[in-house]
Write a protein that binds this ligand. Sequence first.
Ligand SMILES: [Zn+2]
Length: 224
Amino acid sequence: MFINIHSHKFNGSADIVIYNKMLDNFKNSEELFSVGLHPWNIDETDIYLLNNLQNNLTKITFNKNTLAIGEIGLDKNIDTPISVQTKILQIQLEISEQLKLPVILHIVKSYSEIIKLRNLKKGKTKYIQPWIIHGFNKKYELVQQLIKSGFYISFGVSILNNLPHVEKSLIEVPNNKLFLETDESDVSIVDIYKKVAEIKRVSVDELQHIIYNNFKRVFSRYDG
Ligand SMILES: [Zn+2]
């Protein structure tokens, strides 16, 4: 079974796909999906959307096809101040905790911030739901830090580009923390499985088992 945990497009090659839906443009869905307010779509002038973020997001998640909150996150390449992004992110992280849903994260130049957030403690650990960094293409030193803080890591098309640092990162991720995705691309998830299996020196069959076990454990709302 091929599982694609993050796609914005119809992708026929996977057996299970989690489609990403944007909160600000949400239409009810028969497909499995993740939903959230992406940092790119934060409009500081849209007071209505911001004030109703918690209610709107919680309401959507009554749909049992909601498997995760996402993609949400922090992005230093955009103009929206990181303080505003953090506030919006934290509201959505709280919802993920209340509803016991995992989180799919979009992180750009904000890794130290997200690691700090994960390790926030108020008496006891604040956030316990699984957090998945999607579209990972950074160095293995960062993988080590993320794994230490309990993150899951999802690889996409960048693994097809023969980049030694990304391949090294993939090898560094423990089997029980790994996911695969196609994101915005038209690439088949099967090709990503094949390439990842080759780099990890396992069979595609073994890789399918690894990802399936992670999927069942992390996306616990899935009952298929
Ligand atoms: Zn995406």
